[in-house]
Design a protein around this ligand. Structure first.
Ligand code: WTA
Length: 698
């Protein structure tokens, strides 16, 4: 039974006692230490608590280790099952875990059909086009049902079959969730590649997934420009090496008006909106799928040049995102919820599409950027649509603050809850978010998780725990984080020492494996702190690849990636991917990528390059290398600077010392470099890099 506000006042609930500041201790060399002062606690407003979905502090007990894994039944029961599952967790073959075994369901049915009776005429999706003179599109659950069904019928006729992987390269438009749900309806697996990625990136992922069908759009708006997106599809098809994309299905930004200068290829390219004329009123029965079948792939960067296809299940994933959307994001069917992330990343999949729609939310999709045409854009949308839950990343918050620090005051909107994701948020930025954007009224949740995790794993339930700027909070219910040092010793909370954050037990939202690469899955996530080979699942501990510290009150502060992954503006980029793109220039002998701190984007990419003999450095060459990365991967991966250096600092065994380069980029101490094979180069590079003008090219 939910506890009342009275019990809260009597002290059953928080507030937590403010803790003393404990300085961050020794941090591993790769970890980006964040030496923030410990902040005070801020309580959510009573008005928020009164209406919150989860006000029962008993939830932490219900989801404690003693009640694991049965606790996750609570999330599974938020869904409709065609056949109820018989086993909650099959851990007989660790670390390949199966959830809700024996159960059958359909994700599309759960996100659309089952809401028709009660919420059929309510908006499921509100599409906010970038041009402000274009009207909002309110897509009700009935309308969504109609459109998803018609497109599902079209996909079947196109030869898409159960368990085929369909690759998407779609911008932020309502047609993206419609396409995702249509695939889910017929049991096909979707693999959306972020719309800003290059045709080559799409080709690599389509090859890996063996996709024969690509779904894209002719064009879209971005910061006032019409982007000819179909051109990317031609690049993708031409650059596929292992698979042949046989069909390219193209949505039109303006139905009936093909808005791309790229010609259609006869027999390969199909205009979806034209074909849909033939599918009016068609219905497709949702396919009942085993819980452990695959819902989608989401590629993410790792420590090699090859992106990893994180494979997400239907039953476990959907249960987890439904549960967290309800309890953490506090979404009620009456709310208007707006997440600014791109659906091309995991946040959009879980918390624009599947999570919110599974619990009958109204979810806003915005085509543009929050600072175009001016920094008041977001607040006009919030005011127009009466958005009351707002979700974005620290980079966006920093950007909106820089462009329009007082803009929120000019608009009449009221948020009950605000969320941040993707990077650590500086307490000072947090405060601006709280005071200005939230007008001092809204609760804030800082949500820590990863593409691999399916849903949030570290955050405070907003009506139950106080906020502490800069900390994500504790493990979500049923998630038991632990910090280990390099030797595998547990680091005690409150010790002030940083280490590697890991999760002790599997949870339903977690990915099942890396697509077609189970060895890499085990190696990357379960080799460092697990007893590989053991049949006891408790010997397996998920290694997240993030550094963290835990305060005495149990709250975690995430310090950043400890592997070769760089987080630019909340987007994960693989250092190796960028280095291998740089290496494809004939002039380049060696490349090394490092993260440089940046006031807006958190970090940006600095690329160090050494040339082959016979080539000379020049500004043109720097620009060429930079642009090559932009073309190969996408504009977000373009380095802020390319430094052509005479040689790389190296260990005696020939390993490039990125740590030294990172220190130079960030104007920090390079430490003792006498053990390097070529210590004299450090001073040369330092003079070259630090002597340059500060301008950043992105
Ligand atoms: C980082 C995004 C600090 C972290 C959902 C993680 C965060 C990576 C936070 C995953 C947060 C995410 N505080 N850091 N609240 N949330 N990160 O896969 O380094 O795109 O490993 O998933 O973002 O990025 P991904």
């Amino acid at each position: 039974m939910a506890k009342t506000i009275k019990e809260r006042e009597e002290g059953v609930f928080l507030p937590l006692a403010p803790m003393e500041y404990i300085p961050v201790g020794e941090v591993g060399e790769e970890a980006i230490a964040v030496h923030w002062q410990e902040e005070e606690l801020i309580q959510p407003k009573e008005e928020f608590i009164r209406q919150a979905n989860m006000t029962d502090v008993g939830i932490y007990e219900r989801f404690s280790e003693e009640n694991y894994p049965e606790c996750f039944k609570e999330y599974a029961d938020m869904l409709c099952w065609d056949r109820y599952w018989t086993q909650i967790l099959d851990a007989s073959n660790p670390p390949f875990f199966k959830w809700f075994v024996g159960g059958k369901l359909n994700a599309c049915y759960n996100c659309v059909d089952r809401h028709l009776e009660k919420y059929g005429n309510k908006a499921a999706i509100i599409f906010a086009p970038e041009p402000e003179d274009e009207p909002y599109q309110f897509i009700t659950y009935k309308e969504l049902y109609r459109r998803v069904n018609e497109f599902a019928a079209l996909l079947l006729d196109m030869g898409v079959k159960e368990n085929d992987v369909v690759t998407f390269h779609m911008p932020m438009v309502a047609e993206l969730p419609i396409s995702m749900l249509a695939c889910a309806r017929i049991g096909a697996i979707h693999s959306e590649v972020f719309g800003g990625f290059s045709g080559k990136s799409v080709a690599e992922r389509a090859d890996d997934a063996e996709s024969k069908v690509l779904i894209t759009m002719d064009s879209y708006y971005r910061s006032g420009k019409v982007i000819d997106h179909k051109a990317r599809a031609d690049e993708s098809v031409n650059q596929c090496k292992e698979t042949k994309i046989e069909k390219v299905l193209i949505w039109e930004r303006y139905p009936g008006k093909y808005s791309s200068s790229t010609p259609l290829v006869e027999g390969r390219d199909y205009l979806i909106n034209d074909l849909l004329e033939n599918y009016r009123g068609r219905r497709v029965k949702p396919l009942s799928k085993p819980a452990e079948d695959v819902l989608f792939l989401m590629y993410t960067s790792g420590t090699t040049a090859r992106p990893k296809g994180c494979q997400h299940s239907i039953g476990g994933y959907l249960s987890y995102v439904a549960g967290t959307s309800k309890y953490l994001f506090d979404i009620h069917p009456e709310d208007t919820y707006w997440c600014l992330a791109d659906i091309g990343w995991i946040t959009g999949h879980s918390y624009i599409v599947y999570g919110p729609l599974s619990i009958a939310a109204t979810s806003v999709i915005f085509e543009g950027t929050p600072t175009y045409p001016d920094a008041g854009r977001s607040w006009r949308i919030a005011e127009d649509l009466e958005v009351n839950i707002f979700h974005t990343s620290p980079t966006m918050i920093r950007m909106i603050r820089k462009e329009g620090p007082d803009e929120p005051d000019k608009y009449d909107y009221h948020f009950k809850l605000m969320c941040t994701v993707g990077e650590a948020i500086e307490p000072e930025v947090w405060r601006w978010y709280y005071d200005k954007v939230g007008k001092g009224e809204a609760a804030i949740i800082d949500t820590w998780w990863q593409t691999e995790n399916g849903g949030v794993i570290g955050s405070n339930l907003p009506a139950l725990r106080a906020m502490r700027p800069g900390s994500c909070g504790i493990g979500m219910p049923g998630i038991y984080p632990v910090i280990f040092d390099e030797q595998g010793n547990e680091i005690e909370k409150g010790s002030g020492k940083a280490g590697n954050i890991c999760i002790k037990r599997p949870w339903p939202g977690s990915f099942q494996t890396i697509w077609k690469d189970p060895d890499r899955y085990v190696e990357t996530y379960y080799s460092k702190y697990s007893k590989v080979g053991s049949k006891d699942y408790r010997d397996y501990c998920y290694f997240a690849g993030d550094g963290a510290v835990q305060a005495a009150d149990g709250c975690f502060r995430i310090l950043g990636r400890i592997d070769d992954v760089i987080n630019v503006a909340g987007h994960r980029l693989g250092a190796k991917e960028i280095e291998s793109s740089s290496g494809t220039n004939e002039e380049v002998a060696e490349s090394a990528v490092v993260a440089k701190k940046d006031a807006i984007k958190g970090t940006v990419v600095d690329l160090y390059v050494a040339l082959k003999p016979g080539f000379e450095p020049s500004e043109e060459l720097e620009a060429k290398i930079r642009n090559k990365v932009g073309t190969d991967i996408g504009p977000i991966a373009r380095p802020s600077r390319v430094h052509i250096v005479p040689d790389m600092p190296k260990t005696r065994s020939g390993k490039i010392m990125r740590r030294v380069l990172a220190a130079i980029s960030n104007k920090e101490s390079v430490g003792d470099v006498t053990s390097l094979a070529n210590p004299e180069i450090v001073e040369v590079i330092k003079n070259q890099v630090q002597g340059q003008r500060e301008s950043v090219l992105v």
